[in-house]
Design a protein around this ligand. Structure first.
Ligand code: SIN
Length: 367
């Protein structure tokens, strides 16, 4: 018997050696090629900072005490979450650094113009993330939902605990937002808010409370989740948004003045300034004393929109009759499942296109 320790070549037939070498090369080739192939470039995501608690500094770090929102620059916020570099090549830009209570309609306009310009000029961007205070995030995000002319994702994100507080939620929220902005499946879903691993349509999202999980869409509008293996969508918005909207921020310098009022038991209607072009009424039904002043407002040419305080669906829309009686009061425009503060934003934009309440009703039925 041959001793294979002393004569290892005896393990195989000498004539089969070339075949064995050839087989080995074939097996190893793919891994050698993979090691040499350049890695696919990561999608590019721009993070635009506007402030808020995600940029907040706690005065007594490690406690749940007060803090100052809008302090930490956005590049530092991004640098604090190195994990994002696994999913995207990140750039950042500081637009503002403030508490979102300071964000005004003129900031909505300039932010929307900037995002439109970036998405026009930077074809290399997969998407944009906007860091924002949570108090007014749902309003700014909805304005951009109606005015950003792109199908690429624009994702709003914030935090309920400041970076130096106990259990900050900003880093995990930012990571999730970047993953959503980088994902090709996020295209065409409209502007979204990503908080607590939920992907929420900006049309429906609302801040319900200050704690984690405090962002919700109510009965409709949660599009998906950010799962461990990435953004997973279940729904997409059907109403007009993004590329399908008729609003052009580049043609607008100021937004029309629109007030928002509550109707309540024993109320006697609002006082509105002469330059007010529209009023949104949050109501479950008018008190008798409110009818006369609200009628007078619409007869004077101010467009009146009615919605439920909770933003629930108002049944039916006003339909323009075939023949209009000249003395008929203009209709009260009925909102379609839209929070009062979002009705105000849609009415501001509608009034940049028309003063006709029937046409405003058409807009409220489509968006
Ligand atoms: C703010 O809205 O700027 C403060 C509150 C927050 O971001 O949670």
């Amino acid at each position: 018997m041959v001793d294979i320790l002393r004569y290892p070549s005896a393990m195989f037939n000498v004539r089969s050696v070339p075949a064995l070498v050839f087989a080995l090369v074939l097996v190893m080739l793919p891994s050698v090629a993979a090691a040499q192939a350049p890695a696919a470039p990561l999608p590019k995501v721009l993070v635009i900072g506007t402030g808020g608690t995600i940029a907040g500094v706690q005065d007594r770090p490690g406690t749940l005490d007060g803090y100052r929102a809008g302090e930490v620059p956005v590049n530092q916020i991004v640098a604090g979450v190195p994990e994002v570099a696994r999913f995207a090549e990140i750039e950042s830009e500081q637009f503002l650094n403030t508490a979102s209570g300071n964000i005004l309609p003129e900031h909505w306009l300039s932010l929307s113009k900037r995002v439109n310009q970036l998405l026009r000029d930077r074809r290399d961007l997969a998407g944009i993330v906007v860091t924002h205070g949570t108090d007014r995030m749902e309003e700014t995000a909805f304005f951009l939902y109606l005015t950003v002319k792109s199908d690429r994702p624009v994702v709003f994100v914030g935090a309920q605990h400041p970076a130096t507080g106990i259990s900050p939620d900003g880093p995990a929220n930012l990571l999730a937002a970047v993953r959503v902005a980088a994902a090709p499946q996020s295209r065409g879903k409209g502007v979204t808010i990503v908080m607590d691993q939920r992907i929420l349509s900006a049309r429906e999202s609302r801040k319900l409370y200050l704690r984690f999980g405090g962002f919700s869409t109510g009965e409709m509008g949660m599009l998906g989740v950010v799962a461990p293996d990435g953004p997973t969508y279940f729904f997409a918005p059907l109403r007009r948004q993004g590329l399908a909207t008729e609003f052009d921020v580049d043609a607008i310098d100021t937004l029309p003045k629109v007030e928002l009022v509550y109707s309540y038991s024993g109320g006697d209607g609002p006082l509105v300034a002469d330059d007010t072009r529209g009023v949104v009424v949050a109501t479950t039904g008018y008190a008798p004393g409110e009818r006369v002043p609200f009628d007078a407002i619409r007869r004077a040419g101010t467009v009146l929109v009615q919605t439920f305080p909770t933003g629930e669906h108002v049944p039916g829309v006003a339909v323009r009759p075939a023949t209009l009686q000249t003395d008929a009061a203009p209709p009260i425009v009925q909102a379609q499942h839209l929070l009062p503060q979002k009705c105000r934003i849609l009415l501001m934009l509608a009034l940049t296109r028309t003063n006709d309440p029937w046409e405003v009703q058409r807009i409220f039925a489509e968006y």
